[in-house]
Structure formats: C-alpha cells, structure tokens
Design a protein around this ligand. Sequence first.
Ligand SMILES: O=C(CO)[C@H](O)[C@H](O)COP(=O)(O)O
Length: 214
Amino acid sequence: MKIQLALDRMEIAEAIELTRKVADSIDWIEVGTSLIKEFGVASVKELKRAFPAKTVVADIKTIDNARYEFEMCFESGADVATVMGVSPLVTIVACMEVAQRYNKQVMIDLLNTSAEQKRALMKYKEAIFCDHVSKDEQEISGSQNRGMKNGELLEDPDILVAAAGGISLDSIGKLRETLNPAIAIIGSAITKADNPAAAAAKFKQICLQEENLV
Ligand SMILES: O=C(CO)[C@H](O)[C@H](O)COP(=O)(O)O
C-alpha cells in the first residue's frame, strides 16, 4: 500500500516544511483542494519544485471545464489530477484525453456516486478510483473510511484503488482487510499529529508489514 500525504488548510511554505519532515515515509504528495483554492496552481508548482522525485497529485476535484483545469495542473507539474465521478461523462472523457496527451494520470473521486455511476466509470481502467468519505461526513456525521462503502464495485483486479477520509492508525488495519486500496490517502492523521514524522513512520511500518506478508 502506498501512502499519499494529503496537504490541506495550510500555507504553501508550511506544506513544504511538513513534507520535508515526513518525506522518507510517504510515497505520493497530494496538493489538497484547499491549497489549490487558496493559492491556485502555484501550490502545485511549488510542491513539485521542492519534491521533483515524488508523484504529485493535484486534488483539484474538477467537475466541469476539464480541459482547462487538467492542462493547468499538468503544466504546473502535477503527475495526477482529480475529477469528481459525479461529473457528466463528457468531463471524465476530457480528463482522460488530457492525461493521455500529457502522459499523466487521472484519479476519479467516487464521493457521492451511485452504484450505477460507479459501474459506468469502471470502464476508464487507466484511471485511479478513489473511495472517499468527505470532510463534512467525517466532521458532521462522524464517518471514517473503513472501506465498507460499495467495496465490491472496486474488486476488479485491473483497477487501481485509492481510499481517503479520516484514515487513522486505528482504522488502516480495517481498511486493509476490506477495500485493501493500493493507495491510502492520509491527511490529518499525519499533518495534525504532535509528531508528524513519527506518525508517518508508523503508517509506513504498517504498509511495509503488509508487503512482507504478501
Ligand atoms: O480530499 C480530502 C478532503 O476533501 C482530503 O485530502 C482527504 O479527506 C484526506 O484527508 P483526511 O485524512 O484529513 O481526511
């Protein structure tokens, strides 16, 4: 399982400083939606400049205007950009086309998609599919991603699955037993920890234990 560090609700300089502390324990860097909304794609550019060897995910959560937004992300150095699965299919197709042209990847965020929408999206096999429990669901309904939501739709061995939403050191084991994503997207459990480097190292240890068991 790879770890994607989600950077949200902070300044760009803070995001870079925090990532330096945990860089050895994480695989991918997510420039969170809040950073992109507050600072624009300059946040993507600066994170990629600081960590050129890491895969940088621009969590732009596109829902329309796909060509413009995806080109902007990839021109800024993103390796992966996100689109909402609830978007019209023409938007998803446009994202796939731009990513192919730039030789980059699309992550489809399945937040609030119906089973029917998920089934329709599964044909975009080159995409990464993200099972997502939103911040509002976490904060208002006390939910957390334990991999139980429509997991069976993501069981196609050919597709790459990511999971996000309140993943913690206590919940990652359960997530592995259920959805077992290739990529665990972890934000607050690392960024808000008293010691982010120690928290990230513990997550990495859990992911490595899993690899050794395979
Ligand atoms: O996409 C996001 C919010 O929309 C976050 O990146 C995702 O939820 C991970 O952060 P956390 O672990 O704090 O929930």
